[in-house]
Design a protein. Structure first.
Length: 499
């Protein structure tokens, strides 16, 4: 059989892409090298991620996917699919080997929702991805597991995928198999540099028996463990994501220099030695037990030197990866899925189809580079927490603004991830990334707060809030003019969002 589209990789992005293509009238086959349920990393959603998921579910009539965009609807529709409650981003600064400092100068708490009902989630990927595959199968999409593809051959009108015991013919191939995935290997694609990002490594696992860190903070704007928790130190950071099935995802990402000092390549012993340098984190993990062997990644970042051809394309998740810091990957992937879906919808069969595909893939590549500039600047300021906080505000200003204008039905006001192609916001970000190591850190931080004001819809940088930022409707009302909205339109937005 000749399929219109073969999709390689059945993580949530590949399965979602398959469902969308089927809804658009294309014949689809979904191919998976492994077998579900399976472990994978990348687990924390964001408000923009969930909004994009919600938009795609509505646009392509995927009602089974829509409830996954909020904690409350997820719990009502899929109580047996594990996830974690994510009310915000929690950051704590540490100096390794020294007692923790309690004051808010060493904390950054940015809320993402005013209540649990409309909160974000951490995706327990073994069950989350499996759910997407099962929904794809319910729609009649052909799905093959343990499909070990090895080769691809391109013709004028179709491509042939082959491997052990499998041959597939398709007019077009979408690779959703992750960094250095199928097409990267089969086509021998080059890797490209990520110039503004230091090389980083990671060590991680899943655990049971992990306690709470929240007792270390009095009266925060949300329960700090119901969040993506970051413990930041010079050259690296630890993440802690708690799921509602008793499992906690935790690990460390660090520059190559810091990773060598910490000997991350030693696995579990390196993790235990790092905990010994962080007294409160060590206490939180006092009764923890790993549920799987530690995974060590000697090179986190990746960027493919080619992202599309005449009859193939890499989804953003396969085209590149920067770092798990700030959970940027999901939003970039779903933006790529959305744009590619629109090209398939409008231009399938047109003479310039491959040209349009290449444009959206290259656009995702520029967003990867923008994310790398941001995250690279954060790594360079981890030993100067006020600077780290200020650089983070560039991210939060951009994503909160983007989410707001999309909810107002004005996506043209925020067409790119991190507003990187906005002629004003993008240029000021590049300016600040270039200044991140300047000696006058107070002037640098003050300049960022002033510069983000036209896009600031969350009171970011308000000194009276002392690095704690709850979701406050008054901030949106005060910033209505910044998004070209009336107070009534803001009221309607809040009602639609379930505020």
């Amino acid at each position: 059989m000749l399929y219109d589209i073969a999709i390689v990789g059945s993580g949530f992005a590949g399965s979602l892409m398959a469902m969308i293509c089927q809804r658009l009238g294309r014949s689809v086959i979904l191919l998976e090298r492994g077998k579900h349920p399976r472990f994978t990393i990348g687990e924390s959603s964001t408000p923009l991620t969930n909004l994009l998921l919600e938009e795609l579910a509505a646009r392509y009539d995927l009602p089974a996917i829509a409830p996954l965009a909020k904690w409350g609807t997820w719990q009502a529709s899929y109580p047996d699919v594990a996830c974690g409650l994510k009310r915000g981003f929690s950051f704590f600064h540490h100096v390794l080997g020294q007692p923790d400092v309690d004051d808010r100068e060493h904390q950054l708490l940015v809320a993402a929702s005013p209540n649990d009902r409309i909160a974000d989630t951490h995706w327990y990927r073994p069950e989350f991805d499996h759910l997407f595959v099962k929904e794809a199968q319910k729609l009649g999409i052909e799905y093959r597991e343990e499909a070990e593809l090895a080769e691809i051959s391109e013709g004028e009108e179709e491509v042939w995928l082959s491997g052990r015991g499998i041959q597939v013919r398709a007019r077009f191939v979408i690779d959703a198999s992750g960094p250095r995935g199928f097409l990267h290997r089969a086509l021998g694609l080059p890797e490209a540099a990520i110039p503004d990002m230091p090389p980083t490594r990671a060590l991680y696992s899943h655990f049971t028996g992990v306690g709470l860190y929240g007792d270390a903070v009095d009266a925060p704007p949300y329960p700090i463990d119901s969040a993506a928790v970051h413990h930041v130190f010079d050259g690296g950071w630890i993440w802690v994501l708690q799921f509602n099935n008793g499992v906690t995802s935790a690990g460390v990402a660090a520059t190559s220099e810091a990773a060598e000092r910490l000997r991350l390549q030693d696995g579990e012993s390196a993790w235990m030695n790092l905990l010994n340098l962080l007294p409160r984190v060590k206490e939180q993990f006092a009764n923890a037990r790993k549920t799987r062997p530690f995974a060590y990644v000697p090179q986190l970042s990746f960027r493919s030197g080619a992202v599309a051809g005449k009859r193939w394309v890499l989804l953003p998740s396969a085209a590149g990866f920067v770092d798990p810091l700030l959970s940027t990957g999901f939003a970039m992937t779903l933006l790529g899925v959305s744009r590619l879906s629109q090209v398939i919808e409008k231009d399938w069969g047109a003479r310039d189809f491959s040209c349009q595909v290449r444009k959206v893939a290259e656009r995702s590549d520029t967003e990867l580079l923008a994310a790398a500039r941001l995250i690279g600047s954060l790594y360079s300021s981890m030993n100067r927490f006020p600077v780290f906080v200020s650089v983070s505000l560039l991210y939060f200003a951009a994503v909160i603004y983007s989410e707001t204008v999309r909810r107002l039905g004005k996506p043209e006001m925020a067409q790119s991830f991190l507003l990187h192609d906005d002629p004003y916001f993008g240029s000021l970000c590049r300016e600040f990334y270039g200044r991140v190591n300047e000696p006058d850190s107070k002037a640098f931080c003050d300049d960022i707060v002033r510069a983000i004001e036209p896009w600031n819809l969350a009171g970011l940088g308000d000194a009276s809030r002392r690095n704690w930022y709850p979701v406050d409707a008054r901030d949106l009302f005060d910033g209505a003019a910044k998004v070209g909205a009336t107070r009534e339109e803001i009221s309607q937005l809040l009602a639609r969002a379930g505020f």
